[in-house]
Design a protein around this ligand. Structure first.
Ligand code: NDP
Length: 589
């Protein structure tokens, strides 16, 4: 931060002025089509979804029976696989659409890919695998290798179906197991099925004319073509979200000309990445990772700790994250007082972010376009010490597309914004991912439970689960993710608690000879009521936000489905439930 920066004093009138500016910037960007503006990377655009990293191999369909199936080989699936092994499950099958483990880190291999959550809290099972990350914010490849290490350590490669999508799950009451069908012709039985298929995995593209007519080279950021040499090429990067922030500075030195097509600028805060000190690593005592994870989670969800062990851009903005994620609130304040203080803190943070742009970017007109005008948590915050600097290079041009709703067309030779055409050799779409809670919710994975009942029919008025994991009428089927439980920015932490819970349930079922794990209708209703009573009210905040995937492109869903008191309370609630006989309610013969 430049030494001349002085925080601005905000009177109520000045805050109102800022609010009006945010509203105007939002209105410029609202598109009536909402999420329908995008196209799936499917059909004639399916090349954008193809796996460029692992060769697709023919195989015979499987027709057997296993004890457990885990759908998804990202960290959620991997930690569940690990906990199921520890629960004594020998016959375990992992299924993933990718060609190897890693989930998002399998797919996202673009130049510069890093995790922006500190590696010591983000990378799961570090102590169990015996690994200390090399960098504070780890490169994607280090994280992917760690996913592979977890899979090896817990023998998760023993029975995998990679490049395979599960297309149907049907419960068999007589044999108390599921029939699993896939797009590779598999049809086999599995006593347990765990769905951990992620929320941001299917690439999406602008639904613009000519997208399939471009004659140059093109790909999506999550399917990087490392065989294509960008050196000396004219390149377009479409999008300026968390992925593009990392891509732009990594490729700018190599390309001849880089056009960055921006619709909404991201907030770009200080990164400060550095190698992890080996002496510090050697000094760590058993339990160190859990301690750091709990400390981080407590802080970023509004709780108090004596010492901030992570002390970075996330912990510094913890109070602002409450606007989007659940967490505890200061009960000594009224809702109005909280909102006023939040808005004030938000304005100061955003001023600081905007000041950083002005202090870094030399061309004042470019700097103006790069300044974000919205509340901090309206979009995923980003962190970089190189992105803004890229716009000082003579070969990097920022193209503002806000008033036209993004790039408007593609031609055989380039990208169009209104009447202006930019001729390029390569177009890289850093345009993000479809937001699906899972294939179960989006309908791409039909599930039929007891009596052939479709899960989506059971959930017709909204999801119905106990603790977010399982539903009445759908025994031995578990969901991982953010549905009806408590999420946080360090999502791998949340997934680990979920995996531990599932592992404990499966171990208890084996010990007691139970065939089914299933909540009663009453227990399920009880949890639905709890969610309704406690769900945080984020609708008003989101409705005023600039459009993006956080708020359904400007059309937020009125119902929030998460546990209001936040993940720290939720995890404690699960531990207490397990310790105080909760299993008795759900284990059946
Ligand atoms: P995002 O959805 O965040 O960003 C997509 C970008 O494409 C936005 O800037 C969007 O603009 C822009 N865009 C969409 N359509 C058009 C169009 N027609 N013309 C021009 N621009 C367009 O995707 P990302 O891949 O960047 O990130 C997705 C998520 O992945 C992140 O939010 C984060 O959760 C995760 N991630 C995490 C990282 C980590 O370190 N942990 C790193 C990278 C990603 P607009 O904003 O106006 O919609």
């Amino acid at each position: 931060m430049s030494p001349t920066y002085q925080p601005r004093r905000y009177s109520p009138a000045l805050l109102a002025e800022l609010r009006a500016k945010y509203q105007a910037e939002r209105d410029r960007r609202i598109r009536p089509e909402g999420t329908a503006q995008y196209r799936r990377a499917a059909g004639d655009l399916s090349a954008y979804a193809k796996d460029p990293y692992t060769r697709w191999a023919e195989r015979e369909p499987v027709r057997d029976r296993v004890e457990a199936t885990v759908i998804g080989g990202g960290f959620g699936g991997l930690v569940t696989g690990a906990r199921l092994r520890q629960a004594g499950v020998e016959s375990l099958r992992m299924v993933d659409e990718g060609g190897d483990f890693g989930g998002t880190w399998y797919w996202n291999r673009y130049p510069g890919v890093h995790c922006d959550i500190e590696a010591t809290v983000y990378m799961p099972l570090l102590e169990e695998v015996g690994y200390v990350p090399k960098w504070r914010y780890a490169p994607g490849e280090e994280i992917r290798q760690h996913a592979v290490a977890i899979a090896k350590q817990f023998s998760l490669y023993d029975d995998t179906l990679f490049h395979t999508r599960v297309t149907g799950l049907t419960w068999n009451e007589d044999t108390a197991d599921w029939t699993v069908q896939t797009d590779r012709g598999d049809e086999y039985r599995s006593r347990y099925v765990v769905i951990s298929s992620g929320t941001l995995s299917q690439p999406k593209l602008p639904g613009i004319p000519g997208i399939d007519e471009f004659g140059g080279h093109t790909f999506h950021s999550s399917r990087w073509d490392h065989d294509y040499d960008l050196t000396g090429k004219r390149v377009a990067v479409v999008g300026t979200g968390a992925s593009a922030i990392q891509i732009v500075p990594s490729i700018a030195p190599d390309v001849e000309q880089l056009y960055v097509f921006q619709r909404t600028p991201s907030t770009v805060d200080v990164r400060g990445n550095r190698p992890i000190d080996p002496e510090w690593a050697a000094s760590l005592k058993p339990g160190w990772q859990r301690e750091r994870m709990e400390n981080f989670l407590t802080l970023v969800t509004g709780g108090h700790v004596d010492e901030d062990l992570i002390d970075d851009g996330w912990t510094a903005t913890a109070k602002l994250q409450r606007q989007m994620l659940t967490g505890t609130v200061d009960e000594n304040l009224t809702a109005e007082e909280r909102e006023y203080l939040d808005e004030l803190a938000d304005a100061r943070k955003m001023d600081e972010i905007r000041h950083r742009v002005a202090a870094t970017v030399e061309d004042p007109a470019t700097a103006e376009i790069l300044k974000p005008w919205y509340r901090y948590m309206c979009k995923r915050p980003t962190f970089s010490d190189h992105y803004l600097e890229s716009f000082n290079r003579p070969n990097v041009t920022l193209v503002d597309t806000a008033d036209l709703g993004g790039i408007t067309a593609m031609t055989p030779t380039g990208v169009k914004v209104g009447d202006q055409e930019f001729e390029v050799d390569c177009v890289i779409f850093a345009t993000g991912f479809e937001v699906g809670i899972s294939g179960v919710v989006s309908g791409t994975l039909p599930v039929h439970g007891r009596g052939g009942q479709p899960l989506l029919a059971h959930w017709a008025k909204g999801p119905r689960t106990l603790h977010g994991f399982y539903s009445h009428g759908f025994p031995n089927l578990f969901h991982l993710g953010s549905l009806q439980n408590a999420a946080a920015v360090n999502f791998t932490h949340v997934l680990q608690e979920q995996a531990t819970h599932i592992g404990a349930l499966v171990a208890a079922a084996a010990e007691r000879g139970a065939q089914r794990i299933e909540p009663t209708a009453e227990a399920e209703q009880g949890w639905v009521d709890t969610i309704r009573a406690t769900a945080p009210v984020t609708f008003d905040f989101q409705a005023e936000c600039t459009p993006g995937y956080y708020n359904g492109e400007g059309k937020p869903r009125p119902v929030n489905n998460s546990f209001g008191p936040g993940p720290v309370v939720f995890h404690e609630l699960l531990r207490t439930w397990r310790a105080e006989g909760g299993m008795d309610e759900v284990l059946r013969s």
